[in-house]
Design a protein around this ligand. Structure first.
Ligand code: ADP
Ligand code: MG
Length: 691
């Protein structure tokens, strides 16, 4: 790794040096009254009563999320129906619900609760409910009028997640039919005009923020290695600056863990002359006990540094931050409709995001923001605003849900910013190929069933096939295992031992069966911790998988579908996987390792796969990850004829008479993105209107 040290900082406009007040812990009621939103209480309450739609703009940390729901509840709106508040991130929903129940004086799940996917902590008593926007979108499927709610607050609307964007339209529609329903849209940034215009020119309320000036320092030259630059910057602040906590924005869990480890080693070498540096990570996969550590006040004489994903940009507020380090990147999910796949890509952030990050340093007093990029990059290279997710993500899940709600005319759906047509078409193709839609673009019976499972349509399809193929016991386990974070633990100092242990679970046919192996053996061992420690498994993630499995089975039972085991018939499990993942097939290629059957992209088997280094003719994969090259992750080998058998509408044999069946060549029936194949799908909207 190239070492490039930040040597000097270009000073910019604001120049007041940070000064630091003493931190005290006030009683909760006092803390509530100190928030900027408190002075606006009656204005807000009256505005909600008088208007069906309301846009609220305020600095992060002003108290929007935790207070407004409580104000409305105190005014009695919670008695007419639940006061719901959506969050783009599950961690934020959980963390805020915990805080508010504390302020309210109840247990989580009583008057204040939360619902996130596979985790519902609400009860009949619940009046204030935090949830992910995805959950509310799911609820809309069964109850488009949102009849259980009196108020819905779409929080963090500036994030423009797909689910929030869809909810904009659904709630606008529901409000027409329910004059008593109140919809609040809150945003941290100033795109309020756009929101207001969309919601029939509704009023906008600004919450005056209590913010201090933040001095911005830019790097002199572009940084080759932002991790190294970040670590240098943290060390520099810690050694040379007055007290005050540091917040660092990184792109993901792996990066954050690495940084914490390296920094820990470096700080150890400092000795006692310099105060203690408390190093804390925050990302969504962390257990909530660890997460809540970041909220604990820093002891006198020491300093805290929090390494966070963009979760700390707006949805979580940490008090006492005086320094922000912003390397200028974040990880975003981008769907590539031509390749037909979604990729997590590290990208430069937008100027709006950069300013949001900067603002985090000015909450408790004047602060300082170190931008690890040049001022010219900020003004000339960064985009002004972040592109809404709906314009860059795979929409198959969303479209399936809209179709299930009877919304067929997608071209005239009231999107705030419509997704590009080619992305809608590719999502529709995917659903058609999964047989969730018919040739006219209407939902099939199978599609209707699929929409009832809160998972990727591909997985829902596999699950439903497993019922017919009598292996639903095994498939629900595999799906649950795929939906949690990696269960294999690989500590830096014991990698080889961990790998050896992992290899013992490897199934010769691949990763899906390996996951099944691990889960089954863990359960047979009584789900105990020793088994996990011995085998380098993440017990927490396994338990999570068990919960997820339970939730999936609940839905399966509700639909009165049988749960059966195939008793070790691995072929039927693999074949069932093919019914959903047939579009993710790859064939061995002498030059490239593997090439995807659809599209012919060169791909490799990920080194962490059980099939790494093996050479099967045909494989299917769960997803593609882009690191040094395109890798298939979660790979299972298959028989080529299964592709024909499971997806005759999608594949044809090119040389059916080939001597060896194993080497049979399979190709997609159509060029996926050719005009002729697409015409029927867009015309289906015309049909929808004629109807
Ligand atoms: P906003 O939604 O306007 O960004 P919040 O309502 O989330 O603001 O936060 C208001 C204040 O509540 C924060 O400044 C912080 O002091 C406090 N707070 C929020 N969540 C927690 C938590 N989980 N633990 C402790 N304090 C919290
Ligand atoms: Mg908030």
């Amino acid at each position: 790794r190239q070492q490039l040290v930040v040597t000097s900082w270009e000073r910019s406009r604001i120049r007041d040096k940070p000064t630091f007040g003493k931190r005290t812990s006030l009683p909760i009621s006092q803390q509530r009254m100190d928030l900027p939103v408190y002075s606006m209480r009656s204005t807000l309450v009256e505005a909600v009563k008088a208007n069906q739609f309301l846009v609220i703009v305020g600095e992060t940390g002003s108290g929007k999320t935790t207070q407004i729901t409580q104000y409305l509840n105190e005014e009695g709106l919670g008695r007419k129906g639940i006061i719901g508040c959506t969050q783009p991130r599950r961690v934020a929903a959980i963390s805020v619900a915990k805080r508010v129940s504390e302020e309210f004086g109840c247990d989580v799940g009583d008057e204040v609760g939360y619902t996130v996917r596979f985790d519902d902590r609400t009860s009949r008593r619940t009046q204030i409910k935090y949830m992910t926007d995805g959950m509310l979108q799911r609820e809309a499927l069964l109850d488009p009028l949102m009849s259980r709610y009196s108020v819905i607050m779409l929080d963090e609307a500036h994030e423009r997640t797909v689910a929030t964007d869809i909810l904009f339209a659904l709630l606008k529609e529901a409000a027409k039919k329910r004059p008593d329903l109140r919809v609040i849209v809150t945003s941290a940034t100033l795109d309020s005009d756009k929101f207001s215009k969309y919601f029939n020119d509704c009023p906008v309320i600004h919450i005056p923020g209590k913010t201090f000036p933040v001095e911005v320092l830019y790097a002199d030259t572009p940084q080759m290695d932002y991790i190294e630059a970040t670590l240098d910057c943290v060390m520099d602040i810690h050694i040379n600056n007055d007290s005050g906590d540091i917040l660092v924005f990184l792109t993901g869990q792996e990066e954050i863990d690495t940084c914490c480890e390296i920094l820990y080693e470096r700080v150890k070498t400092l000795g006692d002359a310099i105060g203690e540096l408390i190093i804390l990570p925050i990302y969504s996969a962390l257990p909530s006990e660890v997460q809540s550590k970041i909220f604990e006040p820093t002891p006198e004489g020491s300093r805290k540094v929090v390494f966070a994903t963009n979760i700390a940009e707006t949805s979580i507020t940490i008090d006492g931050i005086y320094y922000v380090i912003d390397p200028g990147f974040s990880k975003v999910n981008i769907y590539n409709p031509r390749a037909g796949m979604e990729q997590l890509v590290v990208q430069p952030i937008s100027r709006a995001q950069a300013n949001q990050r900067k603002g985090r340093a000015g909450r408790t007093g004047p602060g300082r923001c170190y931008r690890l990029y040049t001022e010219s990059a900020f003004f000339n290279e960064m985009a002004a605003n972040t592109v809404p997710e709906i314009q860059r993500q795979n929409l198959s899940n969303t479209i399936l849900m809209l179709k299930a709600m009877g919304i067929n005319d997608l071209l005239n759906f009231d999107f705030m910013d419509p997704p590009p047509k080619n992305m809608m078409v590719s999502a529709l193709s995917e659903l058609f190929n999964l047989e969730a839609l018919d040739t006219k673009g209407y939902l099939t019976k199978l599609g209707q069933r699929m929409s009832q499972f809160p998972m990727d349509p591909t997985l829902a399809r596999v699950l439903l096939s497993s019922v017919t193929n009598e292996c639903s016991e095994e498939i629900t386990t595999i799906i649950a295992m795929l939906s949690v974070q990696s269960i294999f633990y690989r500590p830096k100092d014991k990698q080889q031992e961990a790998d050896r242990r992992k290899a013992r679970f490897h199934h010769p046919y691949g990763d899906h069966l390996t996951l099944l192996n691990v889960y089954t053996q863990w359960e047979n061992a009584g789900s105990n911790d020793q088994f996990c420690d011995l085998n380098f498994l993440q017990g927490r993630h396994l338990k999570k998988a068990r919960d997820v499995k339970k939730q999936i089975l609940t839905i399966v039972h509700q639909l009165r579908l049988p749960v059966t085991s195939c008793r070790g018939d691995v072929d039927i499990v693999r074949k069932t996987l093919v019914t959903g993942f047939f579009m993710n097939a790859a064939k061995r290629d002498a030059q490239e390792g593997y090439k995807t059957v659809m599209g012919g992209t060169a791909v490799g088997i990920h080194p962490s796969s059980a099939l790494y280094g093996k050479a099967y003719e045909y494989v299917i994969y769960n997803s593609l990850v882009l690191t040094s090259r395109e890798f298939m992750s979660q790979v299972t080998c298959i028989e080529p004829e299964w592709l024909l058998e499971c997806a005759p509408h999608f594949y044809k044999a090119v040389d059916a008479n080939s001597a060896s069946r194993k080497r049979m060549k399979i190709a997609p029936l159509y060029d996926m993105y050719s005009k002729s194949q697409n015409s029927w799908r867009l015309s289906s909207k015309r049909n929808a209107k004629e109807k």
